[in-house]
Design a protein around this ligand. Structure first.
Ligand code: AMP
Ligand code: MG
Length: 412
């Protein structure tokens, strides 16, 4: 039996980054960038006005408050740049600041005399002394040509769409999506929810949970079946998944020490290399990780719903991160509110509620009902709290590591 940390290291070592593909901006959110994005241009591309107002030259700077300046021209957003000379021009937000202009005075800060259309001409009266370099957005002030904007391995979101679009980037290179197969084992599982439960039967909660989680993680599930507790059914399902090019094959149940727990022997029959089977942790102790000759990664998750959830959240998610070229996750440290005594030599993952105190401190309370069959407290929990193997008595006020149950990236 290996430790949780060792299990995570083994998974990371065997999960090799997938190949890449080009995707348009509209499809890149949630994907992992596989190339450095370096700007080939400046942003803004040219000096432009930050306000609706008046572009004035160096000579105007000397004028006192109350001076009247004739306005010769209107510079709209989209108009080409020109030379201002000794003149003043009216300018709109985003319009190219004319050559020779040293400041832009907002329309609110002048008194208008006449209107631009009037035959008598149009002037402005200064309400204050001018200051140079006001309200001009300089070329390259936001992004410099040659600057690294986003490193390979970044998870892309809509903010990246805004930046890349402004740079004229239409498509990026990302890691291919993961193809997965999911099998739920168990004679006790009801296959058709429309049918009444027979004595001894239960509904399948792990299958829909895994499908929903994988969907949220951007993994394509191309096979999903509930199979009876027969090794042949599992073998056939795995072989079909391999043929279909699945990178990830997950099953639930039949991986412990029960008389029908055939997953380890079935994998041996497939010449899989078992990397680990059983981890010194609870829940999810019976978890199994193997690599098939095709290179597909196989996880045997335990059937108990919380064991399945922990195995998926930590082991499978670490494999997904590896396949996608993402870095390993960092935990959130929080102050433990509920003291607990545990057995040394076992790591516990506990359902818990993380909150922020009135003083802005992350604090976490362990929830009642930690047994691996209990699903109701899962809905109250927002993090898994990791209680290390070496710990025995954990006191109130101690720092513990927390892992968000959903969207790990959101809080960081
Ligand atoms: P196993 O790992 O197959 O020994 O199953 C352990 C426990 O998890 C048993 O109580 C099973 O009935 C239960 N279980 C197995 N698979 C599922 C599933 N897909 N949904 C809900 N419970 C399950
Ligand atoms: Mg079973």
């Amino acid at each position: 039996m290996i430790s949780f940390e060792q299990a995570m290291r083994e998974i990371r070592q065997h999960a090799q980054q997938l190949a890449t593909e080009r995707v348009p901006l509209a499809e890149m959110c949630g994907r992992v960038l596989a190339e450095d994005v370096i700007s080939s241009i400046n942003l803004p591309g040219f000096d432009n006005s930050a306000m609706d107002g008046f572009a004035l030259g160096a000579a105007h700077l000397q004028l006192p408050e109350g001076a009247v300046i004739p306005v010769q021209r209107l510079q709209l957003a989209g108009n080409a740049v020109f030379s201002l000379g000794e003149n003043a021009c009216q300018i709109m937000t985003g319009a190219a600041v004319p050559h020779g202009a040293v400041t832009v005075l907002p329309v609110e800060d002048v008194e208008l005399i006449g209107s631009f259309e009037s035959a008598d001409g149009f002037s402005i009266r200064l309400k204050q002394n001018l200051v140079a370099q006001q309200n001009i957005r300089l070329a390259g002030e936001d992004v410099q040509s040659g600057e690294l904007l986003c490193a390979a391995g970044s998870e892309l979101n809509t903010s990246h769409v805004m930046l890349f679009a402004s740079l004229g980037i239409d498509a990026v290179t990302v890691r291919k999506r993961i193809k997965a197969a999911v099998f739920c084992t168990g004679e006790e599982l009801l296959i058709d929810n429309a049918v009444d439960l027979r004595s001894g039967q239960i509904r399948n909660s792990n299958g829909p949970y895994i499908l929903a989680e994988l969907h949220a993680l951007g993994v394509d599930v191309v096979h999903y079946v509930v199979i009876p507790d027969q090794q042949d059914a599992y073998l056939q399902a795995v072989q079909a998944a391999e043929k279909n090019g699945c990178h990830l094959i997950l099953s639930t149940g039949a991986v412990s020490v029960g008389v029908r727990d055939f997953v380890p022997s079935a994998l041996a029959a497939l010449n899989a290399t078992i990397i680990f089977h059983k981890v010194r942790m609870r829940p999810a102790k019976p978890s199994l990780f193997a690599v098939l000759p095709s290179g597909a990664l196989v996880f045997g998750l335990p059937g108990n719903p919380m064991s399945c959830a922990v195995g998926l959240r930590f082991f499978v998610q670490e494999a997904i991160s590896g396949l996608q070229g993402l870095q390993s996750e960092r935990a959130i440290a929080a102050v433990l509110q509920t003291p607990i005594t545990k057995k040394i030599g076992w790591q516990l993952m506990q359902k818990a509620r993380l909150s922020i105190s009135a003083h802005g401190q992350a604090q976490v309370s362990l929830l009642p009902g930690q047994e691996s069959f209990r699903i109701k407290p899962f809905v109250q929990a927002n993090v898994w709290v990791q209680l290390p193997e070496v710990a025995e008595h954990l006191t109130e006020g101690e720092l513990v590591y927390c892992y968000p149950i959903h969207s790990p990236g959101l809080l960081l």
